[in-house]
Design a protein around this ligand. Structure first.
Ligand code: SF4
Length: 114
């Protein structure tokens, strides 16, 4: 995806309430026609939802990012599930031996191409 789409998506994702399309083109410093094309590409890719919105009588769209499913593979180091899932210990991330072991496993798995 071209960088202007990435930039637009980041702006939209950064606001849980969404962004008005009439504001987005100003934030991106592009003209409204180019913004419409960018928004259409993001919507066609299923990355955002467009909901019609009236701003002082003028029709625009509220743009909201769609939730992307988390990639479960990011929770694995080889076959080892990250120990934080279901952990009930008093958490001290910087000194947790369980997490440190898992990170070693992750480094080994990445080096071996798993
Ligand atoms: S960092 Fe350690 S203590 Fe904290 S949640 Fe993860 S496994 Fe549990």
């Amino acid at each position: 995806m071209a960088s202007i789409e990435d930039e637009a998506l980041k702006v939209i994702q950064s606001r849980s309430e969404g962004v008005l399309q009439s504001e987005l083109w100003k934030l991106l410093n592009i003209d409204s026609r180019k913004c419409s094309r960018v928004v259409r590409r993001l919507a066609d890719a299923g990355l955002i939802d467009r909901v019609e919105y009236r701003d002082e009588g003028i029709k625009t769209y509220r743009l909201k990012a769609r939730q992307q499913a988390a990639d479960p593979s990011l929770l694995l180091a080889g076959d080892e599930l990250i120990p934080c899932i279901g952990c009930e210990l008093d958490c001290n991330v910087e000194q947790c031996p369980l997490l440190l072991d898992w990170m070693y496993e992750l480094a080994i798995a990445e080096m071996s191409g798993e």
